[in-house]
Design a protein around this ligand. Structure first.
Ligand SMILES: CC(C)(COP(=O)(O)OP(=O)(O)OC[C@H]1O[C@@H](n2cnc3c(N)ncnc32)[C@H](O)[C@@H]1OP(=O)(O)O)[C@@H](O)C(=O)NCCC(=O)NCCS
Length: 269
């Protein structure tokens, strides 16, 4: 049994557990991506179909994470014709502009009175990890595997903001994504898992925590390029991404989830 922490419903935890085990088998494979949920393939190729089928069958979900926008419709139609139900995410990313924007955010805004920020790393108390999971889940965001949030499996980190009663107000996270030898995406980090409890929204918590997570990922692990996937229409997420210096790219993330393995059929918002 893999020794890790997974959060969410039984089906969510079991999906994350399968994803973690598959990653343990595929960690050295330059074709795959993983940031603590399920193992995906970076891009479709002549040979990728059978591998995607197996990743999907074993995990109950998988992804093509780096599909050029001009190919996305056709790749999606082919997947749908093969029976997959696809969620489409717009890729937002950026480099220097993002680091500059994040520095500007932490220099400009302070956390509201009574709110404290706590890093999730190898030494963080379990309680903080659990609080981070609480706020993510109550906002419809699936927490990454604990070992990724703690940076124990691969470069990664989380951050949680607690209120004066010790309840979670907001969270953010970042992780390495592609295999470092992938010539296109190997030096890019995934960033996101932004979630703010309804009663704390509009206080710039996502903006501040997101910027802190991004800068720490840059300083601790040297990442200069950051990406995330946003479902078109998630205006709050788009607003936070834009203010953090990310911009929409001609790149689409196509995710297939088995509704039987994960009721609701969606990994995250
Ligand atoms: C997205 C989310 C994390 C934003 O949290 P938040 O702490 O309220 O955001 P902030 O207060 O830091 O807002 C940052 C900026 O985004 C803007 N913004 C926030 N919510 C917005 C909305 N619904 N519509 C438009 N703009 C919005 C804010 O106005 C602010 O811009 P400003 O500096 O010009 O005022 C929160 O709405 C949430 O938890 N949503 C559900 C989960 C989700 O979708 N997460 C993203 C998954 S990738």
């Amino acid at each position: 049994m893999v020794n890790d922490r997974f959060f969410g419903t039984e089906s969510q935890q079991s999906l994350l557990r399968r994803g973690r085990s598959i990653y343990d088998l595929f960690a050295g494979d330059v074709r795959v991506s993983y940031h603590g949920r399920t193992v995906g393939l970076l891009r479709p190729s002549a040979e990728s179909g059978p591998l995607l089928d197996r990743l999907f069958a074993l995990q109950g979900a998988s992804t093509y994470a780096d599909v050029p926008a001009e190919d996305a419709d056709i790749v999606q139609s082919e997947l749908e014709a093969r029976g997959y139900s696809i969620t489409r995410y717009q890729c937002w990313s950026g480099g220097d502009t993002v680091i500059k924007a994040a520095r500007n955010i932490v220099a400009t805004y302070a956390l509201p009175k009574g709110i404290t920020a706590h890093w999730i790393d190898a030494d963080a108390p379990d309680l903080h990890l659990e609080r981070l999971a609480d706020v993510a889940l109550c906002c419809g965001v699936l927490p990454l595997a604990g070992s990724v949030l703690r940076g124990q499996l691969k470069p990664g980190l989380g951050i949680v903001a607690l209120d004066e009663h010790g309840q979670a107000a907001s969270c953010a996270a970042a992780s390495s994504f592609a295999h470092p030898d992938d010539t296109i995406r190997g030096s890019e980090a995934w960033w996101g898992m932004l979630a703010t409890h309804k009663q704390h929204r509009g206080k710039k918590l996502a903006l501040i925590l997101g910027a802190m997570a991004l800068l720490k990922m840059h300083e601790r692990f040297g990442f200069q390029q950051f990406m995330t996937g946003v479902q078109p229409g998630n205006t709050a997420s788009e607003a936070v991404c834009a203010k953090t210096g990310l911009s929409p790219q001609p790149r689409i993330i196509l995710t297939a989830v088995d509704a039987e393995a994960l009721p609701g059929g969606k990994l995250t918002s």
